[in-house]
Ligand binder design. Structure first.
Ligand SMILES: [Mg+2]
Length: 177
């Protein structure tokens, strides 16, 4: 954190399943004192599953907040104490039903630094295989997910047409070049 920011008070308004909300009384590096509404998030992983043929696996899922079905890359929030790699492998298996034998970190970005500290870490997932027989990974009950394979060119065309509205998916396409 910038040494010249002073936090006078942090008032937690809400602690939910996925994130917490607080109102912080702060003096910013500019010297201005104000209240900041802050969403604190444990961080998340975004997966770019690549098949042996070089295609990408996206998922279509209903997003309640925007009341739409959207095509996007699989992703999920870190669980307490979980490493990024473990979260990436778990989410890949949960959301597309395939376990990655290889993970490659592509980068990490803040999607919404104006009010949320969520850091998204992107992984390329390859050597995808059916889950181990003793796997305990289960799909989330509140997620109804349909995975499908697309060529990278198809995904870029979907972005250009406005058929992909999810920004992490657009960012991932820039990362894989
Ligand atoms: Mg998810």
């Amino acid at each position: 954190m910038n040494q010249t920011t002073t936090v006078h008070e942090r008032r937690q308004i809400y602690q939910g399943r996925a994130f917490a909300i607080s109102v912080d009384r702060v003096t910013l590096p500019s010297g201005h004192t104000t209240d900041m509404d802050v969403v604190r998030h444990p961080g998340s992983v975004v997966l770019v599953p690549v098949t042996a043929e070089g295609d990408l696996i996206l998922i279509r899922q209903y997003r309640y907040v925007i009341d739409r079905f959207v095509w996007e890359l699989p992703a999920g929030t870190l669980e307490p104490g979980e490493t990024l790699e473990a979260a990436a492998a778990r989410e890949c298996e949960e959301e597309i039903g395939l376990a990655p034998r290889r993970l490659e970190r592509l980068g990490a970005f803040y999607p919404t630094p104006g009010f949320c500290d969520e850091l998204m870490t992107f992984y390329r997932c390859t050597e995808l295989a059916p889950p181990a027989p003793d796997s305990t990974v289960q799909p989330d009950e509140d997620e109804v997910i349909e995975p499908r394979t697309f060529s990278p060119a198809e995904v870029r065309a979907m972005i250009a047409r406005g058929d992909i509205l999810d920004m992490k998916t657009v960012a991932a396409m820039a990362l894989i070049g």
